[in-house]
Design a protein around this ligand. Structure first.
Ligand code: 4AD
Ligand code: MG
Length: 428
């Protein structure tokens, strides 16, 4: 008998054939003559019916509890009443692992479900989100490969801050203090001197107290860095990457979006070139919406959302005041108050990436460090990159979970990662 995946049956590949599926009981309803089971595997759920007339299968099905694992054999038939349009008329049921009473039920609170993350990940919603997440990472890698980038593996333990002390996690490392990396950027910058175009998809850590739908303390960061490039090259690359990810997702993930009730049509609107506005223009636009922001202020979540409403799709904001950007940002030689930095924003989430041109001049870089009260001696190796064959270069970092929250219309970033870490959540 053919062992099949549920998606093969739902795709019409097994109609009227004898099949065997392996999975878990998702739902169960027992009538007088018929037991209805909804069985799930990694690829979907299917309704199965067990008739009382089949005494052996009936006895086994009667014992089944929610989340018991099983093998079920029978004939796959189209049935318009069944969710998904197919049903298995079971002939044999065999229990693999009989489950105790499953703690997650409809009446449970959100907090309870979060404590049960290890079990909640079996829900269809989480199953589908994690599936799309893996595909989005795959499409990203596809694009990096197509554009001749090499994937590299930076360290997570680091000795000096990348993004400013306030969100830095310190840790005891034998008898010294180290930090968890906030971004792999500085290490990617090292690697451009040999591999040139490099990227990584790795965790970043932020001691971030903000409790918003867009903040985690541990998130996955897609970062790239490359030499001989400027701001225009950077924005072109980033928009190309986004267009590719959205196009591939729109082609490949229609069923997943339908199951989640997410709007897939917005992905088709993601086409290069993206709108680009300067920070100064962003401030003017916000002022026109009665915002009290003035030039020099950092854009907050509410400001970014307000701006993004006007565009309804991804766009760039560039040329920020240098005072609100990191020490490594190159400043405009004709306007030294402006940092060559760019954020990509999307509706509902605001910022999903930050990138820019890096300061390649050693003296300027030291000057920037001092302005931000950083000690150049903590960054000797970083300064060496400017001593030996310095080169103009650019890079960016995009939050994988923020991207997914936007793509999949998720209510909260914690649903975009299997094991979310926030100020109060680190279990399981
Ligand atoms: O804007 P950030 O801090 O920029 C950097 O770290 C640069 N060094 C990246 C680079 O140029 N290589 O972070 C980049 C992105 C943000 O735009 C956001 O999408 C995500 O990382 N991010 C977070 N995602 C979830 N939770 C948090 N607490 C995040 N902080 C940043
Ligand atoms: Mg940023």
């Amino acid at each position: 008998m053919a062992l099949v995946k549920i998606s093969e049956i739902l795709g019409g590949d097994c109609t009227d054939k004898q099949v065997s599926v392996r999975g878990w009981v998702y739902r169960k309803r027992q009538g007088k003559e018929l037991i209805f089971l909804v069985v799930r595997d990694a690829t979907g759920v299917i309704q199965c019916t067990v008739k009382k007339a089949n005494a052996t299968a009936w006895a086994e099905a009667e014992k089944l509890t929610i989340e018991s694992s099983l093998t079920l054999e029978g004939v796959a038939k189209p049935d318009t009443r069944a969710p998904g349009g197919y049903e298995i008329a079971a002939e044999a049921v065999s229990i693999i692992g009989l489950a105790e009473v499953f703690p997650i039920a409809k009446d449970k609170s959100e907090e309870f479900i979060r404590d049960m993350r290890h079990l909640w990940l079996r829900s269809r919603k989480m199953n589908v989100v994690m599936d799309v997440r893996a595909k989005v990472l795959e499409y990203s890698r596809e694009y990096f490969r197509k554009t001749c980038f090499t994937e590299v593996s930076p360290p997570m333990f680091i000795s000096a801050a990348v993004e400013g002390g306030s969100t830095l996690f310190g840790l005891k490392y034998f008898d010294q203090t180290l930090y968890l990396t906030q971004s792999s950027q500085l290490y990617l910058e090292i690697l451009i001197y040999s591999l040139e175009n490099v990227y990584c998809i790795a965790p970043s850590f932020r001691a971030e107290k903000s409790r918003t739908i867009r903040h985690l303390t541990e998130y996955w960061h897609m970062e790239a860095e490359w030499p001989f490039a400027d701001m225009n090259d950077l924005m072109k690359f980033e928009e190309g990457l986004m267009e590719h990810i959205c196009k591939r997702t729109a082609e490949d993930c229609q069923k997943e979006f339908a199951e989640l009730g997410a709007d897939i049509s917005k992905l088709a609107q993601v086409q290069v070139p993206f709108p680009r506005i300067t920070y100064a223009e962003a401030i003017d636009r916000l002022k026109a919406k009665n915002s009290a922001l003035k030039w020099g202020d950092d854009l907050g979540y509410e400001d970014e959302k307000l701006l993004a409403e006007e565009f309804g799709k991804p766009f760039f904001v560039y040329d920020y005041p240098k005072a609100i950007k990191a020490f490594y940002c190159k400043t405009r030689r004709d306007q030294p108050e402006i940092a060559l930095s760019v954020d990509m924003m999307v509706p509902r989430i605001g910022e999903i990436s930050t990138g820019g041109q890096r300061e390649e001049d050693k003296d300027q870089l030291i000057q920037r460090m001092k302005e931000q009260e950083l000690k150049p001696e903590d960054y000797e190796w970083y300064l060496d990159l400017r001593r030996y064959g310095t080169v103009p270069h650019v890079g960016f970092g995009m939050g994988v979970e923020r991207l997914l929250v936007w793509m999949l219309d998720l209510d909260n970033i914690i649903d975009a990662i299997p094991f979310p870490r926030t100020t109060r959540r680190f279990y399981p």
